[in-house]
Structures are given as C-alpha cells and as structure tokens.
Design a protein. Sequence first.
Length: 126
Amino acid sequence: MPAYPDNLKYSKEHEWVKVDGRVATIGITHYAQDSLGDVVYVEVPPAGKELAAMQEFGVVESVKSVSSLYCPIAGKVVERNEALEKHPELVNDSPYDGGWIIKVEMTSPADLNNLLSSADYQKLLK
C-alpha cells in the first residue's frame, strides 16, 4: 500500500479519513506513526460519543512521546478499534488497514471539504 493512498482525505494534524456512505473511518497517517516511533498505547472514546470537527478525541502514546488525536469531521463514534487495546503496534504496522482508530457517523459531510487530498497532504510534508 502506498504511504498516502489517493482514496483517503487528510488533515493537517496527520489524521486520515476514509468515507463509506455516512461512516468515516479515521486513523493516523504513515508520517504520524513514523514520527511517533513504536506505539505502545492508544486511548479512544467510547461508542456513542459526539465529536465536533477538530475536537481532540484521544491520544497515541509511543516510546518517544504522547500525541493528541483530532477528529477531522463532526459526528458520533459508532465503532472503535478494539484490537488496539492489546495490539497498539497495529498503528505502526498497518496505519491504513488494521491500525484504524475509530469510525464516526458524519453529521456534517461538508467537513470533508476542509481536508486535503493525498497530493496536497504530501506537499504539506515537504
């Protein structure tokens, strides 16, 4: 899988969003997990929690640092990646697949217009 898949949207805070109907899957980018180093813990909100766009929703802890997670879009958490409780390293090993963090039912799909394409995100990193 490429480092920054074209089918995703990206935030300047290094989260990615994959849209499937009204549900958006959210995780952190390859750049973010690489910068953090070995992830040892991921804190995520419970299902049912309402999040505003760009609201802090959790943290990722690595051997080097602790980083806040920001929800790129407004919505309600409908699922959390339970596998991360026992295997937080999935964020490093598979940031766009097994390492996703939460799924949110979007309340304002227009929020997607504020996110970056893969090409624009890669320009931001340069």
